[in-house]
Design a protein around this ligand. Structure first.
Ligand code: ASP
Length: 318
């Protein structure tokens, strides 16, 4: 019984060293050279910060938290400060973290907190639950005394929201978004952030943080906090996804990559999962690390910002 669980693992290469971190800063299509440069600088800064934490603490969890927190502070990214606004003009953020022992924590619809990834970690470490949302999440944030931050809305996001609201008012777009074609969506750059890391103990961690899709319905839950959709880790690897959340959820994309990593290195696993994503017109991007420290990066969208540092080598940036 269950002998399939014991089938030989094939085609895996051993990584040169273990300590590795990859970050992504979202997917879509860059609007301008400035947009491109800001994302490049942002992911480089985050990966350097994440890797120095990995060196100091030899903890993939601390490294992922450090890298994601850096991007949550950077208004370029759609997470923490700089998150997109929902239909009501409010920020509601999703985040999740998971490790190779299936410890996981996630939050959805979080308001007025700079570091949603820290709240997700607190759910993982301090509750019996996996995902908190709504009134209970508000209570949790209050009890744990996470500082409230009233500076998360930045001017470029507010202007983006106003322009989209005007489009709805002019009848160019419906309130619930059904009239936006995928091609039109792909012209935007979404800037969600995520990180995956492995330390010298072989501990794998994935984390993702986002403001979601701009103009989303309030109360909408994306793929990011759904374990197996936008974020996943198990003993075979760690994965963070970005892109069109509804499609990513239906494909359980991160879990799919982890499943392929049972047999294949991270890059091949990402490539196979992206073939399926492409077939279903899912605009997305993926980063992954397998249990040997091999990395995988790929996207179906036009652009994706990412960076990695492997075993003390200089950062490689998209
Ligand atoms: N996946 C995120 C969401 O749908 C958005 C993104 O990755 O840009 O909430």
């Amino acid at each position: 019984m269950f002998s399939f669980l014991l089938r030989p693992i094939i085609h895996l290469e051993r990584g040169v060293g273990m300590k590795t971190i990859i970050v992504h800063g979202g997917t879509g299509s860059f609007k301008s050279d400035k947009d491109f440069d800001e994302h490049r600088r942002g992911v480089e800064e985050a990966v350097i910060h994440g890797y120095s934490t990995l060196e100091e603490r030899n903890s993939s969890e601390e490294a992922v938290i450090a890298a994601v927190s850096k991007m949550e502070e950077n208004p370029t990214f759609n997470c923490g400060r700089g998150s997109v606004l929902n239909y009501n003009g409010q920020i509601e953020m999703d985040a999740a973290i998971m490790d190779n022992n299936l410890n996981a924590g996630a939050v959805s619809g979080l308001k007025r907190v700079l570091h949603p990834i820290e709240v997700a970690r607190a759910v993982m470490e301090q509750t019996d639950h996996v995902l908190l949302a709504g009134a209970e999440l508000e209570e949790f944030v209050k009890v744990l005394e996470f500082p409230r931050d009233e500076t998360l809305v930045v001017p470029h996001r507010f202007n983006q929201w106003k322009a989209e609201l005007e489009r709805i008012e002019r009848g160019e777009k419906t309130r619930f978004g059904k009239s936006i074609s995928l091609a039109r969506k792909a012209q935007e750059y979404h800037s969600t952030c995520g990180a995956v890391a492995i330390d010298d103990h072989g501990r794998l961690v994935a984390g993702t943080s986002t403001g979601g899709m701009s103009m989303k319905s309030f109360g909408r839950v994306g793929d990011t906090p759904i374990i197996g959709a936008g974020t996943y880790a198990d003993s075979f690897g760690a994965v963070s996804a970005t892109g069109h959340g509804e499609k990513i959820m239906k494909l359980t994309l991160s879990r799919l990559v982890a499943f392929f990593m049972e047999q294949y290195p991270a890059q091949k696993s990402v490539d196979i999962a992206l073939e399926r994503a492409r077939y279903f017109d899912c605009e997305c991007g993926l980063i992954a690390i397998d249990r040997y420290g091999n990395i995988g990066i790929g996207h179906t969208s036009k652009d994706m910002s990412w960076a990695f540092i492997k075993d003390g080598h200089p950062p490689v940036v998209f």
